[in-house]
Design a protein around this ligand. Structure first.
Ligand SMILES: [Fe+2]
Length: 186
């Protein structure tokens, strides 16, 4: 096996894996180590990927998606002391740290989900994820992200489908409000 692992290799592997199985546990198990490898070798990384959005606090740079918006890969840049509120993705997600440390808090849902705009969450785990560390979620998994450092951080995000084309939510921990979540994509 060649030592180099290019972005094109990663996309080929994503297509092969998603062609072989629909089981999200399996997809995550196969994609995780490959995302880790790509995140650490960084040949795909461009200077413009550090550009961020001061209003949102982060910016998702789209690197790849299939014509039907599946297999979407982003590098996301996060401003210091900023982050994303608790949210789900409406698809599976594999996140690999690229630069710096991002605090990921995972939540579990306590209510029965019968109310469309209401959700009670409880913290399940906290992980300060650095370069090459993985956060993997199946559809419905909820997390928040925060850059507690004083530098821009970067992470590589791979989703079963482009996250602005899925049905997904953000959650307010104070009010228990649940509402649609769309992000700014470059
Ligand atoms: Fe996320």
């Amino acid at each position: 096996m060649s030592e180099s692992y290019s972005f094109a290799n990663y996309i080929e592997d994503l297509r092969r894996i998603s062609g072989e199985t629909n089981d999200e546990d399996e997809i995550i198990r196969y994609v995780g180590p490959l995302a880790q490898r790509l995140a650490l070798q960084k040949s795909w990384l461009q200077q413009e990927h550090y550009d961020c959005d001061s209003e949102q606090g982060f910016l998702a740079h789209l690197l790849h998606e299939e014509p039907d918006h599946t297999l979407a890969v982003f590098v996301v840049s996060w401003l210091p002391s900023r982050g994303a509120p608790p949210h789900d993705h409406g698809t599976w997600a594999v996140v690999a740290g690229v630069e710096g440390v991002e605090r990921n808090i995972r939540y579990k849902r306590l209510d029965d989900g019968t109310c469309a705009d209401y959700a009670e969450l409880e913290v399940k785990s906290t992980l300060d994820a650095g370069a090459g560390e993985l956060i993997c979620m199946k559809t419905g998994g909820i997390h928040s992200v925060r850059n507690e450092t004083d530098q821009i951080t970067l992470s590589l995000h791979t989703y079963g489908k482009h996250i602005n084309y899925t049905t997904r939510s953000q959650f307010n921990l104070e009010t228990n409000e649940k509402k649609d979540y769309k992000v700014l994509v470059q």
